[in-house]
Ligand binder design. Structure first.
Ligand SMILES: NC(=O)c1ccc[n+]([C@@H]2O[C@H](COP(=O)([O-])OP(=O)(O)OC[C@H]3O[C@@H](n4cnc5c(N)ncnc54)[C@H](O)[C@@H]3O)[C@@H](O)[C@H]2O)c1
Length: 453
């Protein structure tokens, strides 16, 4: 009671793209006010009705977001039998009491009784809940299998479901910095370590083949990916394809991978014909985000991720880039997770994540993927998208300081035309729009403004 279920429930349902069901609301619409039910028929009768309603809701074929009264733990096996993924919306007793005092609800007449129930139920919540959340972002992350905790690497073994063996894939830089801690954290569960080259060189068919041939896991095993987006992309792809798919767990160590690459289930390798041409949708069983791992990230790698943070903030309509790092990572990861849960196979609104990226890819392609770094290209692409949207560009200029790049204009234009078949992503007062058709003359002018003479 007073945890915020009725306020956060509909918000969480909207973000996950699921219907919302409030069990208390369903009970009241069928049986009258809960306070009257308690008074007239007693708690046991109420719990019976609650169990029936909750069982019906849990039996629905389509996933729903359910607000289940905290008292449902009194009939705990109901929660355990239902197969629901349970999130404990945690709130301190003072806040809960401030919210509920004076409400016509059972146990609220007397502050002492309210506090006693709170203390009594708390350990039960810990037993039944699969995750604990303070706000809607936490719930979205839990629904996506994402755990966010500074220092979380130490908990790696308990984060990976089951007790089976783990094969850990990483690159030499990350192995040198965080490999020993990961090994220590995995303890007996570590079956093997596999190094892939640092950077884009990891995302090749040869490296994927080497992983397939080195792995000795059966389907009870889990592949762990410790590193930036290149490591999570290739390791996730190996997991998607080895034995027709084994579970994998991502432990992203760059800002870009924590806010973007390790969220959403896309895995890929490159071909000489293009980046990310071969891949699979294979959602990691867990993603463990430990913003503490970013302390060792070189400044130029941090800039790569900051471009995606600014993109996320522009899409969300909030200055997420101004938040302190751990919170910025949590908020950005939650924003992407929600979009990907609503559109897991990239058939609709997930396209909005391409804000600025059509221009960025064109600049990267024109530079032969070597002259222009992805983050700089995204910063420039965001400028172009904002200009075409008729919106101010100062945030991008101040936060990312994009500088025009020296690439061949016609090559960039040719690449952009290949890429813009899906249309552009632009921003409006009511948020992002994707698949927007823009006149070629305006697009070319926007692209040309990003290129130095
Ligand atoms: N799957 C997706 O949805 C998705 C989304 C965005 C980007 N990506 C992919 O991500 C890749 C880029 O990812 P990235 O920028 O993380 O690159 P990366 O994996 O190459 O990492 C960048 C560099 O930082 C080093 N590094 C990583 N963590 C470190 C740490 N904590 N301390 C010190 N050094 C560290 C790495 O060794 C590497 O040299 C691209 O291939 C891109 O296509 C995928």
């Amino acid at each position: 009671m007073g945890a915020g279920k009725s306020t956060l429930g509909p918000e969480i349902a909207r973000r996950l793209g699921r219907p919302f069901v409030d069990v208390d609301g369903e009970i009241e619409s069928g049986h009258g006010a809960i306070a009257d039910l308690f008074r007239e028929r007693g708690e046991a009768a109420f719990r019976e009705i609650e169990a029936r309603v909750a069982t019906d809701v849990a039996a629905r074929r389509d996933p729903v977001v359910v607000a289940l009264g905290g008292g449902a733990v009194e009939t705990r096996d109901l929660i355990e039998r239902s197969g629901m993924f349970v999130v404990h919306l945690d709130v301190d007793v003072e806040t809960a009491w401030t919210r509920v005092r004076g409400c016509p609800r059972p146990f609220v007449e007397d502050e002492g009784e309210f506090r006693r129930r709170y203390a009594q139920r708390r350990p039960r919540y810990a037993e039944v809940a699969h995750a604990v959340a303070r706000d809607a972002d936490d719930v979205v992350l839990a629904a996506a299998g994402v755990a966010v905790a500074v220092g979380g690497l130490e908990l790696l073994a308990s984060t990976i479901p089951g007790e089976g063996p783990v094969a850990l894939v990483t690159d030499p830089h990350v192995a040198g910095i965080h490999g020993a801690s990961a090994q220590l954290a995995l303890g007996d569960r570590l079956a093997s370590m596999h190094e892939v080259p640092a950077g884009e060189g990891a995302k090749t068919p040869e490296v994927a083949e080497r992983l397939w041939r080195e792995l000795r896991l059966d389907r009870r095993g889990t592949l762990g990916a410790l590193g930036g987006g290149c490591v999570t992309d290739v390791a996730g792809f190996a997991a998607a394809t080895y034995l027709r798919g084994i579970p994998w767990v991502a432990v992203p160590t760059t800002l870009l991978a924590q806010v973007d690459a390790a969220i959403g289930g896309k895995t890929a390798i490159d071909l000489p014909e293009g980046k990310n041409l071969v891949g699979a949708f294979h959602w990691p069983q867990r993603t463990l985000i430990d913003a503490g791992l970013l302390a060792t990230l070189p400044e130029e790698e941090r800039r790569e991720g900051t471009a995606e943070v600014v993109k996320t903030g522009l899409l969300a309509g909030e200055a997420l880039w101004e938040l302190p790092e751990p919170e910025l990572v949590r908020r950005c990861a939650a924003f992407k997770a929600a979009i990907c849960l609503r559109d897991p196979l990239d058939r609709g609104e997930r396209a909005m994540l391409n804000l600025g990226h059509t221009f960025a890819h064109a600049l990267e392609a024109a530079g032969g993927y070597e002259r222009v770094r992805h983050g700089s290209a995204v910063a420039l692409g965001l400028l172009a998208a904002l200009r075409l949207s008729g919106r101010p560009t100062d945030v991008v200029e101040q936060t990312l300081d994009p500088r025009p790049v020296r690439v061949d204009r016609d090559r960039a234009w040719a690449a952009l035309q290949r890429d813009k078949k899906r249309g552009l992503v632009l921003l409006d007062d009511d948020g992002p729009h994707w698949d927007v058709r823009v006149d070629d003359v305006d697009v070319r002018r926007a692209l040309d403004a990003l290129i130095a003479d």
